[in-house]
Design a protein around this ligand. Structure first.
Ligand code: MN
Length: 347
């Protein structure tokens, strides 16, 4: 893993305040990378984004359990931290939060708001995240085109952010990484002014992550730099084995409450407890009632096998459902779009 980040105030922000924040934290098996774009007045936006990232990294480091759950809990902690500080002159502050955790050969994305994650793989650029914004909603509903959304006066109206309420909705999903993958995490100050074709071209350059981040920020400033600009680049150098826990699958219904995601993941470990409990009582029965030990043993084994088969069937269904879903929702393979015929809008 090799990473670089840069955050810049841009060209047109009064007071020179940067409400964006970025994080690159090395971890023993990978790293935690994040971008936050604060809102709610100069000082408030700056506080919100920095609070979110400080809390995220601290809560992740202090957390327990497997990384997808730890990351979800860290996002919850970041949300509460922003919410609790939103008093007095900071009332109404909020922030986007896009975090990518790299754990050996896998990436886990936690996403709230309209910051974006992209992946350059084999010369193609894939957009990993959907914007939680009013215009993106309208594009999904077919009321606006991508181009109209880009120039819309409400383009920066976010429909989901940290700091709004006690419960936080997020998108959480994981996928396997390959050597040569290059990830980009950015705020709308970059993606709003540099289009995907240009992103592909700039990301494809054989420069270091730090140089690429600089190049991207320069490109956004050259395009007018109307907003704060943040870019985090992560290069995957080697192929590593994916982790042993199940990677979270993308939710088709969009951002989901963190507590709902956590209880769904914990349902699996409940089944494990059930298996252990049945095994324990079977053993206990065999020891305490030796005259029926054959019957008890057989009964226990039957129940265990039954639970095991039920779990397998449920898992197979889940895998089939996940397989039916594309790995990247908004896969824009910009590279191949050049050869697509351009339709005449007058016909
Ligand atoms: Mn912004």
């Amino acid at each position: 893993m090799s990473s670089g980040l840069l955050t810049d105030v841009g060209r047109q922000r009064q007071g020179g305040v940067n409400q964006d924040a970025a994080l690159a934290l090395d971890l023993p098996q990978g790293g935690l990378y994040a971008v936050a774009d604060g809102m709610g007045g100069h000082a408030a936006g700056e506080l919100a984004s920095n609070l979110a990232l400080d809390t995220l990294s601290q809560a992740y480091l202090d957390g327990r359990g497997v990384p997808p759950e730890r990351l979800t809990e860290a996002v919850q902690a970041a949300n509460l931290s922003v919410l609790r500080h939103a008093v007095g002159e900071y009332v109404g502050m909020g922030t986007t939060l896009l975090a990518v955790l790299i754990d050996r050969g896998a990436a886990i994305v936690a996403h709230v708001g309209d910051s974006r994650a992209y992946m350059l793989r084999s010369g193609e650029l894939h957009r990993l995240t959907d914007d939680h914004s009013w215009v993106a909603e309208q594009v999904r509903l077919g009321n606006l085109t991508e181009a109209e959304a880009r120039d819309h006066q409400w383009r920066s109206v976010v429909s989901n952010a940290l700091g709004g309420e006690e419960r936080v909705r997020l998108e959480l999903f994981g996928f396997s990484l390959k050597a040569g993958d290059r990830l980009l995490l950015c705020s709308d100050g970059l993606s709003g002014v540099v289009d995907e074709r240009q992103l592909l071209e700039l990301l494809s350059r054989p420069s270091t992550p730090d140089q690429i981040a600089r190049t991207l920020v320069n490109a956004a400033n050259d395009a007018g730099g109307p907003d704060n600009i943040t870019a985090v680049i992560v290069d995957v150098i080697r192929n590593l084995r994916p982790p042993r826990y199940a990677l979270p699958a993308r939710q088709s219904e969009g951002p989901t409450y963190a507590d709902v995601l956590l209880s769904a993941r914990r349902g699996n470990s409940l089944l494990t407890y059930l298996l252990l409990t049945v095994a324990y009582f079977t053993l206990l029965g065999v020891i305490l009632v030796p005259e029926h030990r054959m019957l008890l043993g057989l009964l226990g084994i039957l129940v265990l096998v039954g639970i095991f088969i039920a779990r397998r069937v449920l898992q197979a269904r889940q895998v089939a459902r996940d397989a039916a879903r594309p790995t990247f929702t908004a896969s824009v393979s910009v590279a191949s779009s050049k050869s697509r015929p351009v339709r005449d809008p007058n016909h």
